[in-house]
Design a protein around this ligand. Sequence first.
Ligand SMILES: [Zn+2]
Length: 383
Amino acid sequence: MKPESIKTLDDVAKIPFTVKTDLRDNYPLGILAVPPHRLYCLHASSGTTGKPIVVAYTRRDLECWTRLMGRTFDVAGVRKGDIVQNMYGYGLFTGGLGFHYGARAVGATVVPSSVGNTKRQLMLMKDLRSTVAACTPSYMVYLCEASRAEGYSPRTDFVLKIGLFGAEPWSEEARKRIEDTFGLRAHDCFGMSELYGPGVAIECDQRNGLHVWGDEFLVETINPDTGEVLEPGSEGELVFTMLSREAMPLLRYRTRDLSRVFEEECACGRYHSRIQRIKGRSDDMLIIGGVNIFPSQVEHVLMNVRGLGDQYQIVVSHEELDRLAVKVEAPQGRLNDFELLKKVQTDLFATLGIRTRVELVEEGSLPRLEGKAKRVVDLRPKE
Ligand SMILES: [Zn+2]
């Protein structure tokens, strides 16, 4: 394949895909497209096992990422004078610095409080009068509960107006809970380290999908089984090609995320294509007794049942057959509420189509994670 082989957009389909294992196999810097002395900084994915994926940036790449992040903040309505409490992890993870650069690019004041230390986080949020919260949605849902437990009255003690939440899929119900608790407007943002980091796509005020910055990212959807390119509007795996990246210009990078692409102009006036909010990563999809289940579907059901706490865990096991259990927190007085238990069970069955064992557990008993949520425990033996 030569650059001359690509003359029209349709020719892009001739380019082979790049997949995550290509990056792993070339650890740490085997796929650079520039000499190493041109690198300006490095980040790495949060691999829990084995070697991480190292991502590299030239000075120009970093400027481009900063510009895209600045635009991302601008679309969400963040301006000079706003105080951005950045609760994404600072370090090798691209979330912390990515949002940091974006806040500075729009001229806002950034508070690099990073992830964790919830008590101090809430204290700063109140005392510094933070107007923008940036963190993972699961941490913000956790703050809904934690702020009340710490004696705050979220709508009067805090002045948050805007939330920028991403790095993991989250449900509309989680959005409603965050907005109702803090009285802010929550925007979904999408990105991944391989594609600079956060700032690939963001919801505008219409919130009818996330605008993908089309001057930097060419987005396609493909059938994940056959690799065939799908028409706009059909559900498939998102594939991105970066148009100006220097250090690591990934071509047709397979994300494993399932979504749709809409090309029509948005009511906000922007022409950048939109992707539908991510339902789940094809890697996160559980296959239980032959049925496909996304953890977000379980969250959707739980958030709609009144009387439950904020935290839950999905446990998959195998005893002759695959079994699905959901542990969900409930207030002390409702732990033995059989009606509540039955309602959860019935609603889960209606959505998932399989039987689930539901357990109501004491509030505070499920593990609290201050970064990305680990909602699924799969106890099935690995082959
Ligand atoms: Zn729009």
